[in-house]
Design a protein around this ligand. Structure first.
Ligand code: ADP
Ligand code: MG
Length: 252
């Protein structure tokens, strides 16, 4: 099925839905995630927020398949994916620290994973061009990473995920290593990417402002549990408890 989203970008995949049912994760006898239930709807930008150590990265790694779930069920498009390897889940992850290959051009950095996967050269070129356009780095694709600014480099890192045309993008605090001005610039860039691609996104951050400005839905986590799920406005206007109110910064 091909359907058209807000910005008239054609999407070539079907609707995507991510469902977590009673997800638990323990390391040894330490329970890090204590029964997480949530759903991410198609095209939704969902932010996971919560203090450092509450389990955000652990949850993202489970979704990605980089780590094994202790118990519970995870579904993508109605299929249980607990035992599906990362490469077959149709996801792409953007981490907070990104390592670009210094000796490769921007285009080659973006296309490298596709090349390893045996994607034809023409197809790689097409996808790299399209991703560069979305991220507004088309003029820099022949440069080496050292010839780019920090913000441009971070866009290349995001570009590497875009070219894989994932069903879901997973971001783990992608902006937390950038200085304040760059963070604002990249926040706008990610908002544009969301508009243009319309892809389902899960975005981990401990920055409330990022979550409040970017997300359609926010999942507030605390010590391995979900405190509240709602739109930014819901959380601001009707936090369920003091923790959420304090974290979101609303006056309750
Ligand atoms: P966040 O991303 O919200 O800051 P994490 O998911 O990284 O939190 O970590 C949550 C908790 O799980 C922390 O207490 C951390 O020490 C623990 N943890 C994470 N990964 C491991 C691991 N591989 N082994 C043991 N404990 C871990
Ligand atoms: Mg983390």
């Amino acid at each position: 099925m091909i359907h058209v989203v807000k910005s008239n970008v054609c999407r070539l995949w079907t609707e995507t839905r991510l469902e977590l049912h009673q997800i638990r994760k323990s390391f040894g006898n330490v329970d890090v995630l204590k029964g997480i239930d949530l759903t991410v709807e198609d095209g939704e930008f969902t932010a996971f927020v919560g203090p450092s150590g509450c389990g955000k990265s652990t949850l993202l790694r489970l979704i990605c398949g980089l780590d094994e779930i202790t118990s519970g069920q995870m579904m993508i498009d109605g299929q249980v994916v607990n035992d599906v390897p990362p490469a077959k889940r149709g996801l792409a992850m953007v981490f907070q620290s990104y390592a670009l290959y210094p000796h490769m051009s921007v285009a080659d950095n973006m296309g490298y994973a596709l090349k390893l996967a045996g994607t034809p050269r023409e197809e790689i070129r097409r996808r790299v061009e399209a991703a560069a356009k979305v991220l507004r780095i088309s003029d820099y694709v022949d440069r080496k990473p050292r010839q780019l600014s920090g913000g441009q480099r971070q866009r290349v890192a995001i570009g590497r995920a875009i070219v894989r045309e994932p069903k879901i993008f997973l971001f783990d605090e992608p902006l937390s290593n950038l200085d304040a001005a760059l963070r604002v610039e990249m926040r706008i860039e990610i908002a544009r990417m969301k508009e243009r691609l319309g892809t389902t996104m899960v975005y981990v951050t401990h920055d409330q402002i990022e979550a409040m400005t970017l997300a359609d839905k926010i999942v507030v986590l605390n010590a391995g549990r979900v405190e509240q799920i709602g739109s930014p406005l819901d959380l601001y206007n009707a936090p369920v408890n003091r923790f959420v109110a304090g974290f979101i910064g609303s006056p309750r």
